[in-house]
Write a protein that binds this ligand. Structure first.
Ligand SMILES: *Cc1c(COP(=O)(O)O)cnc(C)c1O
Length: 377
């Protein structure tokens, strides 16, 4: 492929910091680099407490444990999302209730949530698709009215913001009780595999650290708060090694630059494809006025499945790898039978019609744009 779908960007200091971690003799978790990365998020986005995890999937699993999901509890989320959003709660016995996407965006349609709430509902999980915020005022109001937790799947949402109805600008991942970020190599800021749990509701801070450290109070022991440590709760090994954290630190140091370059690519796609998209009945990404764009993804919504297949195959013949995205989870082999049956027209539309163009630090957008314009006027 001349233009792959993704290419991990290296800022230059990754191997230097990894070498430093290795030479320091401390390569297990929760060392200097882990703490630097956590402090970066806590300061920059004003988050009460963060914990680095081995993936966003793990951060979501921690969230499900923290809110005490029990068998039979219901969790509301969009169907158009990654499996981990649902799996984390299914592992604890929850029943997933899927809500439809908005008409003009894959994000959960906030107006469709209230009718899905029952006695058993425990949480709402908004997913900020493509780093674009869900309409959080409505979601937070519902959570308050029905006493539900909100867990933001902020896997794609680093350095993106939501402006609430009072005009306050809030970083994504700081609005719900808990939030999960991803540093998978396909995201804006990467560590190969990696994630972060953001804890905004203070009542979860102490227990989160215990769950993170295999159900032990090891962290308080090392701070000298208790004189021996032991098994005090359920938990797992959710923390990454210092080698991963060292890599991540080299990326975080370059966050501003990475974001600037990605945004330039995104704008170029948008401006240069605007007329072309209109004349071919293709929709370009919609950024609501309350949301910022962190240039995680550039996608097209084709007029139908046939048109999408044509574009994908044409680009592939021209050595450009574009891809479609999620098969909505209510249509998945694992959950189809368990799905409660509501029709999810918009979710289905994005399953069939959404196409992602290559977007990474070194992408040649000119080439992709040129080729698309040669396909149709
Ligand atoms: C990438 C992604 C995840 C999973 O992240 P990992 O770090 O790979 O576990 C979860 N949810 C969404 C919406 C994602 O895009």
């Amino acid at each position: 492929m001349k233009i792959p779908f993704n290419k991990p960007y290296l800022s230059g200091n990754e191997t230097k910091y990894i070498e430093d971690a290795v030479k320091s003799g401390k390569i297990s978790g929760n060392g200097k680099y882990t703490q630097q990365c956590q402090a970066f998020f806590e300061k920059r986005y004003n988050i009460k407490k963060t914990l680095l995890t081995t993936s966003c999937t793990d951060a979501l699993e921690m969230a499900a444990i923290l809110i005490n999901i029990q068998p039979g509890d219901e969790v509301i989320m969009p169907s158009y999302t990654f499996v981990s959003t649902a799996n984390a709660f299914v592992l604890r016995g929850a029943k997933i209730i899927f809500a439809d996407s908005r008409e003009n965006h894959p994000n959960i349609d906030e107006t469709k949530i209230e009718s899905l709430i029952t006695e058993k509902t425990k949480a709402i999980v908004p997913v900020h698709y493509a780093g674009i915020s869900c309409e959080m005022d409505t979601i937070m109001d519902l959570a308050k009215k029905y006493n539900l937790y909100v867990i933001e799947d902020a896997a794609q949402a680093i350095d993106s913001y939501y402006t609430d109805r009072e005009g306050a600008r809030k970083p994504l991942g700081t609005i719900g009780d808990l939030a999960a970020f991803s540093f998978h190599e396909t995201k804006n800021i990467i560590s190969g595999e990696g994630g972060l749990l953001a804890i905004n509701n203070e009542k979860f801070i102490v227990r989160a650290e215990i769950i993170w450290e295999k159900g032990t109070n090891r962290s308080s022991f090392f701070r000298g708060e208790v004189d021996k440590y032991g098994w005090v709760d359920i938990g797992s090994s959710f923390l990454p090694s210092e080698i991963v954290a060292a890599f991540l630190w080299a990326q975080l140091e370059n966050l501003e630059q990475i974001q600037t370059v990605r945004k330039t690519h995104w704008e170029k796609y948008y401006n240069n494809l605007y007329d072309w998209a209109q004349s071919n009945e293709i929709e370009l990404p919609n950024v609501p006025t309350y949301a910022t764009n962190n240039a995680h993804m550039f996608y097209l919504v084709c007029k139908d499945l046939e048109q999408r297949t044509t574009v994908l195959e044409y680009l592939k013949q021209n050595e450009i790898l574009a891809v479609f995205h999620y098969i909505s989870l209510h249509e998945s082999p694992f959950y189809r039978e368990k799905h409660c049956g509501n029709t999810l027209t918009q979710s289905d539309k994005f399953t069939d019609q959404l196409l992602r163009l290559p977007l990474y630090y070194e992408v040649d957008t000119d080439e992709v744009i040129k080729k698309l314009k040669q396909l149709w006027k």
